[in-house]
Design a binder for this molecule. Structure first.
Ligand code: PDD
Length: 283
């Protein structure tokens, strides 16, 4: 049984209760974060909290908790749960209101929920490359906000499951945006590219971490438009997110991208990513 935090209390998850009138439930009026935790230390916590506070501000949810209060709650949840490697799911909604109205009341009290799950797969260098499909990006225009209204991602993931693939790479007007739950990188002739933040994508913490790592490495990276044709013509394609780290793609829409036997840049970057996890733990 896992221990969560809900509005001031640490509880067994089975005992945690919220109102069905919570705006998070009724409207998806809530922001969330997913934080990886290795050896009981949250990875890139500062970046996750920064993104969370920025998102809350962008939808005008006022939070009385400070940055250090939030860090403290997250660390307490981690310590109250047994697994050494965990995934922290944190959600802050605008809170419950007595009458359903799209327009929020001025005085609602946010619902703050922090939970923990054991991490299913720990990033590893010899991870099996994954197969993905492409789909038109039919999401809303504010994908930079980490909102809990995730019906589009659920639809994409149902299709991925039906087709027995891991992820759906999205495109709009011929350009790659991101994955349904990940950011995208591609490599051509040793040059690494990722779509820029202008492309209606989530500013992923893993994406930012990888960009910084690559900038310090022997390789270069550009944040730039990537066309569908360019993606298929890549030597390597990677997907990145908090729960999986960085994972190579070997097939897109049944077309093989990666010869699995070749040495590829992914391995060099992956090693640097693991070093970053180790050094973040000691801070
Ligand atoms: N999702 N893009 C989308 C649409 C995402 O949902 C995610 C992560 C990312 C990567 O962001 P980060 O590196 O900060 O995890 C990009 C999380 C893992 C989720 O919804 O569970």
């Amino acid at each position: 049984m896992s221990i969560c935090y809900l509005n001031g209390d640490y509880l067994n998850i089975e005992e945690a209760r919220i109102s069905p009138l919570d705006r998070g439930f009724i409207f998806g009026d809530a922001i969330y974060e997913v934080i990886a935790c290795y050896d009981k230390k949250p990875f890139k916590l500062k970046l996750h909290i920064e993104r969370l506070l920025k998102n809350l501000e962008s939808i005008k949810i006022d939070l009385e908790l400070s940055n250090s209060n939030l860090s403290d709650i997250i660390n307490q949840v981690i310590n109250k749960n047994n697994s050494v490697n965990q995934v922290i799911y944190l959600q802050i909604s605008r809170g419950p209101e007595a009458i359903r109205d799209h327009t929020p009341q001025d005085n609602s009290t946010p619902t703050i929920f922090v939970s923990s799950f054991p991490m299913k797969v720990i990033p590893k260098i010899d991870i099996e490359p994954v197969e993905v499909i492409m789909q038109d990006d039919f999401r809303w225009r504010k994908s930079s906000i980490k909102a809990t209204s995730l019906l589009a991602s659920v639809i994409y993931k149902m299709e991925a499951k039906e087709k027995n693939v891991s992820e759906v790479i999205l495109h709009e007007k011929g350009l790659i945006t991101e994955g349904s739950v990940s950011n995208i990188f591609c490599v051509k002739d040793k040059i690494i590219k990722t779509p820029s933040l202008e492309a209606n994508i989530l500013p992923g913490v893993t994406r930012k971490t990888l960009i910084e790592i690559i900038q310090k490495s022997e390789y270069g990276i550009t944040e730039v438009d990537i066309s569908i044709d360019e993606l298929f013509d890549s030597d390597e394609v990677w997907i990145s997110n908090t729960t999986k780290g960085v994972v190579p793609v070997f097939k897109i829409d049944n077309q093989i991208i990666l010869n699995k036997q070749e040495k590829f840049i992914f391995k060099d970057i992956f090693k640097l990513f693991m070093t970053e996890i180790q050094s973040d733990k000691s801070q």
